[in-house]
Design a binder for this molecule. Structure first.
Ligand SMILES: [Zn+2]
Length: 440
């Protein structure tokens, strides 16, 4: 199938460009772009009447396994701090997941992300009662919808070495099996320094080197990460990553709320990507990430939702508003740059020019029916994003590898009513299991 989008704004985030014209798509790739493009005889011509074709949005860090938590009951006693939120909510929920609820969590989480314009989700998965094979179940959900994914399993020693070994093996198996997949890639997932033994970090490092992939790990999200790492393992989280050769340009470091200026400098020099998730930080009351300082230090900052939802445009808006409260606020354009850095994670993982509006790049597009009420160009695009223009409410279609997966707000490859009917039943069972654990 070949397409020609006409009368549209072509928006690229890196480099930041906004041009008016047409785009042709052939064999899953952008084949022509510009003001003088003529549709070929076999093209399906789609006039966007001034709408926007943007390089595909990426959720840079997600936990799809949390999707069935939406609306679930609260624990009998409210958690007092972040560690208790993990212990009483998320580590109870992930252990209650079975193969069916893993599948349905992935499906409904992805539907939500695609509806908000995502062409790729970078996921961090945990289901310790069914670790082995869980990433294949997740991968099948990505394939069913047609969305791109970079997946990993959350290795942790919190329930002992055996479970950590299973996690590492699952990462290795999945990354190896998907090295040439059209839609999927693997990284090596790890929970956070404070729940990882030296033995696990050593093995993770070996797998990363062997498969030439990076670690995807939470870093200094709460203050407990530093305190427990020093008490249990004799070093702070960043030093441990460096000691095991896990701080490099492939590393995905999530949060970094509690980094010192020296640590920010080390992350910047390493070329690692720090993934900001502002709404999750607020929800967990862990503090505010120093976005302004990170930006000044030249840290690559990408953007994730950390399982809150799949809405990366709202996350970008929120990052700007919350960052504005900092003593040293980030620049206006950082919101767009963070979206671009999330695309760059995917481009590196697939070794393809994903996120580029250029001939030969994969046709991963977020298409919005946004007809700007004021002039729009590259110098004010951030204003259109932050102040109500380029928002999830305008997402009309999503294309991945030249394949429409959402078209005119309808999913093309999947019957959503059936999925939601099943996910409501699965959520009921999951919540009952969680309440049983709380009451024991
Ligand atoms: Zn996370």
């Amino acid at each position: 199938m070949t397409y020609c989008f006409t009368d549209c704004f072509c928006v690229s985030l890196a480099p930041l460009t906004v041009t008016k014209g047409s785009i042709r798509v052939e064999n899953g790739l952008i084949s022509e772009i510009g003001a003088d493009v003529t549709p070929a005889a076999d093209d399906e011509v789609i006039s966007l009447e001034g709408g926007v074709v943007m390089t595909g949005l990426v959720v840079g860090h997600h936990h799809l396994y949390s999707a069935l938590a939406r609306g679930m009951p609260a624990p009998p006693r409210a958690p007092k701090n972040f560690t208790e939120i993990l212990e009483k909510i998320w580590w109870v929920l992930d252990r209650c997941l079975d193969k069916k609820s893993v599948e349905l969590s992935a499906l409904v989480g992805l539907l939500s992300a695609v509806r908000c314009g995502a062409t790729t989700v970078v996921d961090h998965h945990a289901s310790p009662s069914c670790t082995t094979g869980s990433l294949d179940i997740m991968g099948d959900a990505f394939r069913k919808i047609g969305v791109r994914g970079v997946l990993c399993y959350e290795t942790s020693d919190r329930a002992g070495r055996e479970e950590a070994e299973r996690g590492i093996a699952e990462n290795k198996r999945f990354a190896e099996a998907n090295q040439n997949s059209k839609l999927l890639r693997g990284t090596v997932g790890a929970h956070a320094s404070f729940t990882l033994s030296d033995a696990s970090l050593k093995e993770i490092s070996e797998v990363c080197s062997r498969l030439d992939v990076g670690i995807h790990i939470h870093l200094l999200e709460g203050s407990a990460d530093r305190e427990i790492s020093i008490n249990e393992y004799g070093a702070d989280p960043i030093k441990r990553l460096m000691d095991f050769g896990l701080l490099n340009e492939k590393s995905l470091l999530v949060h970094g709320v509690h980094m010192t200026p020296e640590e920010i400098d080390m992350v910047s020099k390493s070329g690692a990507t720090l993934i900001h998730n502002g709404r999750s930080n607020m929800n967990n009351r862990v503090g505010r990430s120093p976005l302004g300082l990170l930006e000044k230090a030249g840290v690559r900052i990408a953007l994730g939702t950390d399982g809150i939802d799949g809405d990366i445009l709202t996350e970008a808006r929120c990052a700007f508003f919350r960052g504005s409260e900092e003593p040293s606020p980030p620049s206006f354009g950082l919101s767009l740059d963070m979206l671009a850095q999330s695309q760059a994670i995917v481009a590196r993982s697939f070794n393809q020019p994903i996120g580029k509006m250029e001939v030969g790049a994969p046709a991963d597009f977020t298409i919005l029916d946004y007809d700007p009420q004021t002039p729009m160009h590259e110098n004010n695009l951030a204003g259109h994003l932050i102040f109500g223009g380029l928002g999830p409410e305008h997402v009309r279609s999503v294309m991945v590898n030249g394949d429409f997966i959402l078209r005119d707000r309808k999913f093309v490859h999947i019957d959503t009513q059936t999925v939601y009917k099943q996910s409501r039943s699965a959520a009921k069972r999951l919540w009952a299991d969680i309440e049983k654990t709380w009451n024991n």
